[in-house]
Ligand binder design. Structure first.
Ligand SMILES: [Ca+2]
Length: 142
């Protein structure tokens, strides 16, 4: 852990003292100083509480299933093994997904309603599905 702590001394007076957080996800820090008159010393620990901000990008998990096979007219529950993400500064269950390229031969359903937006919690609870609705597909996968 690197802490940037700048002290500018001018005529033995601290005219500019700053604590600069290095951007980690740690929420607490501290440093100790000593005041001295040249003969005696008194020490003090300064504790810093760092309020986290949402500045990290969500990441899709490695090893997700990228192909699912169903029969015509069937539906499949999208499970966490198919779609799951994590974010170091957000509760993973509260992550939102937005479909930017919807399926052409089916619909995405959340809690029984067609949608293009859902939460990871919907996936965890089994409320997000793909449903095939376009009829005959022939022998080729779609
Ligand atoms: Ca984030």
């Amino acid at each position: 852990m690197t802490i940037s702590f700048a002290i500018v001394l001018s005529n033995y007076l601290c005219s500019l003292c700053r604590y600069i957080h290095h951007g980690s996800e740690d929420t607490a820090d501290e440093f100790e100083i000593v005041a001295s008159d040249g003969n005696q010393q008194a020490s003090q620990t300064i504790q810093i509480t760092i309020r986290p901000i949402n500045d990290q990008i969500p990441q899709l998990l490695d090893g997700l299933i990228t192909m699912v096979t169903i029969h015509e007219g069937e539906e499949v529950i999208i499970t966490p093994e198919i779609l799951s993400a994590t974010d170091v500064d957000t509760n993973d269950k509260l992550l939102h997904f937005i479909v930017i390229n919807p399926p052409k031969r089916g619909i995405l359903v959340r809690h029984g309603v067609t949608t293009t937006r859902f939460r990871q919690l919907d996936i965890a609870e089994g409320y997000f599905k793909y449903k095939h609705v376009s009829g005959e597909t022939g022998n080729e996968a779609v």
